[in-house]
Every structure is written in structure tokens, then in C-alpha cells.
Design a protein around this ligand. Structure first.
Ligand code: ATP
Ligand code: TZE
Ligand code: MG
Length: 262
């Protein structure tokens, strides 16, 4: 794992273009900012080309999809291909809402996506596995998470992160697991959205999406774990605030001490 990518990210401060959802947009902007990149959100097709050009990478989050936004996403993804900017895709609730599955599946076939980051319910749906997703949450299921992650990566020819108590990452051949984190992440709506855009930030400092996925997931999970280690009585509201503090101040050396991955 290339932990030095964290310092590289902070030194370069790349601009990250986010098509966000209106529920968590500010958390995502703050998380991207805190980790050391420069977020920009946009919903306007007329400025899409300018923003794709100035950004190093693009997040597409379908959390609050509209027909107008689908047109925007297609334009942005086409521009990202033209200007060679990596796309990281967050398939919010595709396991629970068939309409979203159909839109996401088509986008993932039509445009090359570097990384898909979802919870296991979302990743299982995209990979055509049975799983009982529950709204935006992972829900429950009994499938083999390694197999689901790898097969979904093979289906779309990209890297996939299935997040959860363990983050499982595959590019279709290789598999990695990040065991760090805290159950408090689940209590903060938007943890997944923040993770997705932090992973996008790391695609700006490495050409290997599998590496970007691993380092993004490790840094994010460790920041949350450090919050709880150093503030054992933290509640779900203050967890979100501390998480921003720790995303900003966490150092590669702190992560090295607690990193738990294989
Ligand atoms: N029980 C847990 N223990 C440790 N870490 C967890 C746990 N549950 C989730 N996480 C961490 O929370 C982050 C978000 O993952 P999660 O799978 O909850 O995303 P999500 O369902 O898309 O979230 P949201 O929809 O709220 O944005 C990841 O970094 C993951 O490692
Ligand atoms: C609660 C919620 N609804 C649509 S998006 C979202 C935030 C998590 O992605
Ligand atoms: Mg999510």
C-alpha cells in the first residue's frame, strides 16, 4: 500500500468534480477538502466542459437522480473520456430501486468507469447477485462478498469497492480487504458518499485505480477508527464533526500504526 500517496495528494491539492446528491453534498465537499483535495460541485451542463478540464477526476453519485441529471451525467462522462479524467461512480440504492439499477447499468456499459464504490447491497445488484438491499443501506444477504466484488469488477471492467465492516476491493483479478473502521460510520448518512469522493481524489495521484481504491478506503476507515480510539464516548452527531478533523490531521505515520489490511 502506497501511504505516501496521502502526502502527494496534499501537496498537489487536485480539483475534484463531484456530481453529488443534495442530502450529503456539504459533507462530501468538506471531506474532500479536509483530506487535501479541492472539491467543486456542479449541476449545470453549460459549464460541464470547463469544469471537467480543470478537474483531475470526477465523482458521479446518483443519490438524488433526476432525468435532467442523467443528461448532465452523460455529458460529463463523455467529456471525462475526451479529456482522460478518471470517473468514480457511487450507485446509491441500485439494489433497492430498479429504475436506478437500469440507469446505472447503462451508464457503466456506455462509459468507462475507473472505480465503482458502493455498499454490498449495491455491488451485489450491479453484479446480478441476490441480496436483500434496504433503501440506501446494504441490507442483508448470504453471498460470498469476495466473489460478488470480483465478478462485478469483471462485468464492468473496472475496480470495485464493496464497503462495510470490511471493505472488499477487486479489479477482477486481485482482491484486497481493509479491516479498519468503526460501526459509527453506519450511523452517519453520507459516510459512503464521502468515501467515494475521497477515493476519487486518490485517482488524481496514481494511475492505478486498484491502488487509489485501497489507499482511499484505508485512509477514510482509519480516520474514523482514530476518532473513536481517541474519543471513546463520541456520539453519532459528534462523530461526523470529529471525522472532518481527523481527515484533515491524520498522517501517514498514524495510519501505518493501525492499518489492518490484506
Ligand atoms: N460496521 C462497520 N465497521 C467498520 N466500518 C464500517 C462499518 N460499516 C461501515 N463502515 C465504513 O463506513 C464507510 C461507508 O461505508 P458504507 O458501506 O456504510 O457506505 P454506504 O452504505 O454507501 O453509506 P451511505 O449511504 O450512508 O453514504 C466505509 O468506509 C466503511 O468501511
Ligand atoms: C438518504 C439519501 N437519500 C438519497 S441519497 C442519500 C444519502 C446517502 O447517499
Ligand atoms: Mg451509499
Amino acid at each position: 500500500m502506497q501511504l505516501e500517496l496521502l502526502d502527494k495528494l496534499r501537496a498537489q491539492n487536485p480539483v475534484i468534480f463531484n456530481i453529488a446528491n443534495f442530502v450529503t453534498v456539504q459533507d462530501v465537499a468538506n471531506a474532500v477538502n479536509a483530506i487535501g483535495a479541492s472539491p467543486i460541485m456542479s449541476n449545470e451542463i453549460a459549464e460541464a466542459e470547463e469544469i471537467v478540464r480543470l478537474a483531475s477526476a470526477v465523482t458521479v453519485n446518483i443519490g438524488c437522480l433526476t432525468k435532467q441529471q442523467i443528461i448532465h451525467i452523460k455529458k460529463v462522462e463523455d467529456l471525462a473520456r475526451q479529456y482522460n479524467k478518471p470517473i468514480v461512480f457511487d450507485p446509491v440504492a441500485v439494489g433497492a430501486v430498479e429504475y436506478r439499477y437500469k440507469i446505472a447499468d447503462k451508464l457503466l456499459w456506455d462509459f468507462h468507469t475507473s472505480i465503482i464504490r458502493g455498499n454490498i447491497g449495491e455491488i451485489a445488484a450491479l453484479g446480478d447477485f441476490n441480496w436483500n438491499s434496504k433503501g440506501i443501506d446494504a441490507g442483508s444477504g448470504s453471498g460470498d462478498i469476495d466473489e460478488i466484488t470480483a465478478k462485478t469488477a469483471q462485468k464492468y471492467h473496472c475496480t470495485v469497492i464493496a464497503s462495510g465492516p470490511t471493505d472488499t476491493i477487486s479489479d477482477g483479478k486481485r482482491i484486497a480487504h481493509i479491516h479498519n473502521g468503526s460501526p459509527l460510520f453506519k450511523t452517519h448518512v453520507g459516510s459512503g458518499d464521502m468515501l467515494t469522493s475521497i477515493v476519487t481524489a486518490f485517482t488524481a495521484v496514481t494511475d492505478d485505480p486498484f491502488e487509489a481504491a485501497q489507499i482511499g478506503a484505508l485512509v477514510f476507515s482509519c480516520a474514523g477508527q482514530l476518532v473513536v480510539q481517541e474519543h471513546p464516548n463520541v456520539g453519532l452527531g459528534t462523530f461526523g464533526m470529529y471525522l472532518m478533523d481527523y481527515l484533515y490531521k491524520v498522517k501517514a505515520a498514524d495510519i501505518e500504526q493501525i492499518a489492518d489490511f490484506d
